[in-house]
Design a protein around this ligand. Structure first.
Ligand code: HEM
Ligand code: HEM
Length: 192
C-alpha cells in the first residue's frame, strides 16, 4: 500500500512535474543504448587486422549506425510536433549551453551515419544490414568523396565524445549537485 507519510512536498513535486512524453522517452533511451553499442563496435573493428571478424564487427557497426540515423530522424520529426516540457531552472548561460548541446547531439548523430554511409558507398562496399538486407552502394566508386567522408567521420567521433560526455556530466550535476528532478523528466512517472 502507498505510504502517505513519505509524500513530502518535494516528492510530490517530483511525481507531478512535467515530463517528456513516453514516445520521446523511449526513443531517447533506445538512442542511448544504440550509441553505447556503435562506439565499441567501431573501436573493435578498426583495431582488428583484416579478417572475417573485422568484417563482422564492421557490418554490425554500420547496421547499428544506420539504425541510429533512422531513430534520430524520427525523434526530430516527433519533437517538432511535441514540444519539450518547460525547462528546469538553471542560469541563462547554462540553459543555452544545454539547448545547444541537445541540437548538436541531433546534428552529429545524423552526420556520423551519413558520412559513414557515404564513405562506405564511395568505396564500392555493400552494407549487409544486420546480415539480412544488403544495401548496395548508391554511387559510383569515388576516392575523393570516400576520403572526404572518411575525414568527416573520423573527426566527427571527437564531437560525439565531447557532446555525450558533456550531456551525461550535466545530468549527473543536476542529480548530485542541484538535486533537482531533471533526470525524472526523461523517465516514466513513478509513484512514491
Ligand atoms: C551514430 C553513428 C556512427 C558513429 C557514432 C560512428 C563512429 C565511428 C568511430 C568512432 C569510428 C572509429 C574511427 C577510428 O578509426 O578512430 C568509426 C569508423 C568507421 N565507421 Fe562509423 N560510426 C557511425 C555510423 C557509421 C555508419 C552508418 C557507417 C557505414 C554505413 C560507418 C562506417 C564506418 C567505417 C567504414 C569506419 C572505418 C573508417 C576508417 O577506418 O577510416 N559508421 N565510426
Ligand atoms: C546514458 C546517457 C544519457 C543520459 C543519462 C541522458 C540524460 C538525458 C536527460 C535527463 C534529458 C532531459 C533533459 C531535460 O529535461 O531538459 C536528456 C535529453 C536529451 N538527450 Fe540524453 N541522455 C543520455 C544519452 C543521450 C545520447 C547518447 C543522446 C544522443 C542523441 C542524447 C540526446 C538527448 C537529446 C537530444 C535530448 C533533448 C531532447 C529534446 O528536448 O529534444 N542523450 N538526456
Amino acid at each position: 500500500m502507498l505510504d502517505l507519510s513519505t509524500r513530502t512536498p518535494a516528492t510530490i513535486a517530483r511525481v507531478e512535474q512535467p515530463r517528456y512524453n513516453p514516445v520521446a522517452q523511449a526513443l531517447h533511451w533506445i538512442t542511448a543504448a544504440f550509441v553505447l553499442a556503435v562506439l565499441p563496435l567501431a573501436w573493435i573493428a578498426t583495431s582488428l587486422p583484416a579478417s572475417p571478424a573485422k568484417g563482422f564487427y564492421f557490418q554490425l557497426h554500420k547496421s547499428v549506425g544506420i539504425t541510429i540515423f533512422a531513430i534520430v530522424a524520427i525523434r526530430i520529426l516527433w519533437r517538432a510536433r511535441h514540444p519539450a516540457p518547460p525547462e528546469v531552472y538553471v542560469p541563462r548561460g547554462l540553459a543555452l549551453l544545454g539547448r545547444v548541446n541537445h541540437w548538436l547531439l541531433y546534428l552529429v548523430f545524423l552526420l556520423m551515419p551519413i558520412s559513414g554511409f557515404v564513405m562506405s558507398a564511395a568505396a564500392g562496399n555493400t552494407t549487409q544490414y544486420f546480415f539480412l538486407f544488403p544495401i548496395p552502394p548508391f554511387m559510383e566508386k569515388n576516392k575523393a568523396v570516400q576520403d572526404l567522408a572518411d575525414q568527416i567521420h573520423l573527426a566527427g567521433q571527437y564531437a560525439v565524445y565531447a557532446l555525450v560526455t558533456l550531456h551525461v556530466l550535466a545530468t549527473a550535476w543536476h542529480l548530485v549537485a542541484r538535486r533537482d528532478a531533471l533526470l525524472d523528466r526523461m523517465l516514466p512517472r513513478q509513484d512514491v
